[in-house]
Design a protein around this ligand. Structure first.
Ligand code: KIV
Length: 296
């Protein structure tokens, strides 16, 4: 490594983003920018870019841990990612994603897991998926003093039960279920909610009924903000990209090109050059020769 990571993120652009700052943004009609991050450098990028909210998403199971879905990632793995993000972040609100199997069993399990995200990883809030029994879990966590973000529509942790990774709420009946889930999470006290992969028309119908900030991913332009996965928006992840992904970079290609150029330089002996090495004063070298000569 050529440079040591700094102990803190570069100069903060402003004060830490609070729940009331997000609510105020909604009231003023100022869009909220949210992205995911999974490690120290991606957190520093988010900090410097000036986003409002950073989610340590369980999408990290796929983007950085190489699992085929979000389902296998454990709480310990998520906590390691979240703690690294915390070390690189100062201003945006930090939300930790509760992984599949870490909150569904009971309110006690949900509160205990959420507390680990706050105590061990320094998260400001947690996110959980679905309505139904997750509404009770969200309420329990909120009553324990931890802010909760909901997530409805396409909920990847239970994608199998939803018929796969497909948009949700395209029939009136299913759209009503999504609406009921969103309203129940709001009533439970969630400070914000993610709408994933639902028709823009459904979002437009729901927005007048939601007082909390709604963050969309594949939910159209009417939400209070947008979220994208860091690796998707920068073109780092090589897997299938959903329709809602817009690429703002081709970072994977830049990384592959850089590593390939390095490997070619090593093989052709073009690297290292004199400027990459250290020198010894001529008299020290001469003395070394003498010392080595005495040794043999
Ligand atoms: O895990 C994740 O990255 C998410 C976002 C897509 C909202 O849940």
């Amino acid at each position: 490594m050529s440079a040591r990571p700094k102990a803190e993120a570069p100069a903060a652009k402003g004060k830490p983003v609070t729940l009331s700052a997000l609510a105020q943004k909604k009231a003023l009609g100022e869009p909220i920018a949210m992205i995911t991050a999974y490690d120290f450098p991606s957190a520093q990028v988010a900090e410097e870019a000036g986003v409002d909210v950073v989610l340590v998403g369980d999408s990290g199971a796929m983007t950085v841990l190489g699992y085929p879905s979000t389902v296998p990632v454990t709480t310990d793995e998520m906590l390691m990612l979240a703690a690294a993000v915390r070390r690189g972040l100062r201003t945006p609100m930090l939300v930790g994603d509760l992984p599949f199997g870490s909150y569904e069993v009971s309110d006690e399990q949900a509160v205990a897991t959420a507390q680990r995200f706050v105590k061990e990883a320094g998260c400001d809030a947690v996110k959980l998926e679905r309505g139904g029994s997750s509404v009770r879990r969200a309420k329990a966590i909120i009553e324990a003093g931890i802010p909760v973000m909901g997530h409805v529509g396409l909920t990847p942790q239970t994608a199998t039960a939803l018929g796969g990774y497909r948009s949700q709420g395209r029939t009136a009946e299913r759209a009503l279920e999504v609406a009921e889930d969103a309203l129940a999470l709001q009533e439970a006290g969630c400070f914000s909610i993610v709408f994933e992969a639902i028709p823009s028309d459904l979002t437009a119908e729901l927005m007048p009924r939601l007082e909390i900030p709604v963050i969309g991913i594949g939910a159209g332009p009417a939400t209070d903000g947008q979220v994208l996965v860091f690796h998707d928006l920068l073109g780092i992840y090589d897997g299938h990209a959903a329709r809602f992904v817009k690429r703002y970079g081709d970072v994977r290609k830049a990384m592959v090109d850089g590593v390939a150029a390095y490997a070619a330089d090593v093989r052709e002996r073009r690297y290292p050059e004199a400027e990459h090495g250290y020198t010894m004063a001529p008299d020290e070298r001469e003395r070394l020769r003498e010392l080595l000569a005495q040794r043999v």
